[in-house]
Design a protein around this ligand. Structure first.
Ligand code: GDP
Length: 296
């Protein structure tokens, strides 16, 4: 069993119970433990560095409150800063646009994009009483199109009929037109993923984005991919522009450090988290819960 971060920091500060203000040398020592905790949680290295620098700046010189020990005080400063960086409050998917509202799902293949599209469609249908249509733009993998259709049937959500040979931009436009004519509130567009980012993938997603002007562009990221996820997020964020992140596989044994990395790199909120393979396994993102999971 590992000691919790609070226990470790308690140990560092035990010797200086009555020191008044937090001293730089002790804060630095404490930050070494924080750094290890963040890296163990798979937070990306540059994000860890920035985090440590800003927490150190905030902590050094702070008067220790009478009611708490210096160790508890530092843990509180670290935790508060982490929650703040994770986004402080839950942000849900915005539908504040003229119907049908286009939602674009982007991300690498295997990240959980198609499953997440169906999970979101199910939530919007059941919780917000919206009429949702889903369309797959993955023209390279007929199996992916079929997968979305089957998921749609499972949750009672319409999918755009598949027309062989049509290109992604045309499918997206057809989905928007069909949804408008048939009175749908939301159109979920599931773009093709690749195993790695390449320019043809990005060019294609940009084409679709320009054609439908999505109200939400959600980047789907596997929380277990840790350090690699940062590069992916950076590229999608720079080249496509995203409005939020869906973090999948938070039911795995990872500590969820990717949440902090995603938020820091994209500047956009984590909107939902996937917590299992079933279509009801999706939750809102709660920064405080993830902060305590990251700190261990
Ligand atoms: P895509 O290639 O990005 O569209 O990925 P899929 O949606 O096909 O998902 C790939 C695999 O990950 C499937 O077996 C999903 O059931 C699984 N998956 C997706 N989201 C989650 C999640 O939040 N937790 C778990 N445990 N599995 C997930």
């Amino acid at each position: 069993m590992f000691d919790s971060l609070s226990d470790k920091l308690g140990g560092i500060f035990d010797k200086l119970k009555r020191q008044g203000a937090l001293k730089e040398s002790h804060v630095n020592e404490a930050m070494r433990e924080v750094r290890v905790a963040l890296l163990e949680a798979d937070v990306a290295l540059p994000v860890v560095k920035d985090f440590i620098a800003s927490v150190t700046k905030r902590a050094v010189g702070q008067e220790v409150m009478k009611s708490v020990s210096p160790g508890q005080m530092v843990v509180k400063i670290v935790n508060d800063h982490l929650v703040e960086m994770l986004g402080s409050e839950t942000v849900s998917i915005s539908l504040a646009a003229a119907a049908p509202v286009p939602i674009l799902m982007v991300g690498l293949q295997g990240s959980g994009k198609t499953t997440s599209a169906a999970k979101i469609a199910k939530r919007l249908t059941e919780k917000e009483n919206k009429k949702v249509m889903m369309a797959s733009l993955d023209v390279y993998r007929p199996a992916a199109m079929e997968q979305l259709k089957i998921l749609g049937e499972q949750i009672g959500v319409a999918t755009l009929p598949i027309i062989d040979g049509q290109m992604p931009v045309d499918i997206a436009k057809r989905a928007m037109t069909a949804a408008k004519l048939q009175g749908f509130d939301v159109v979920m567009l599931d773009t093709a993923g690749r195993l790695h980012i390449d320019q043809s993938l990005m060019g294609e997603v940009v084409g679709v984005r320009n054609a439908v002007n999505p109200h939400e562009t959600l980047l789907v990221v596997d929380s277990l991919t840790g350090q690699d996820a940062v590069n992916v997020a950076q590229q999608f964020s720079d080249q496509i522009g995203i409005t939020g992140v869906v973090l999948t596989r938070m039911d795995g044994d990872g500590r969820g450090g990717a949440a902090l990395s995603m938020r820091a790199v994209t500047g956009q909120p984590i909107k939902l988290v996937g917590v299992g393979e079933k279509l009801e396994d999706m939750e809102e993102f709660h920064p405080e819960r993830v902060a305590s999971r990251i700190l261990g």
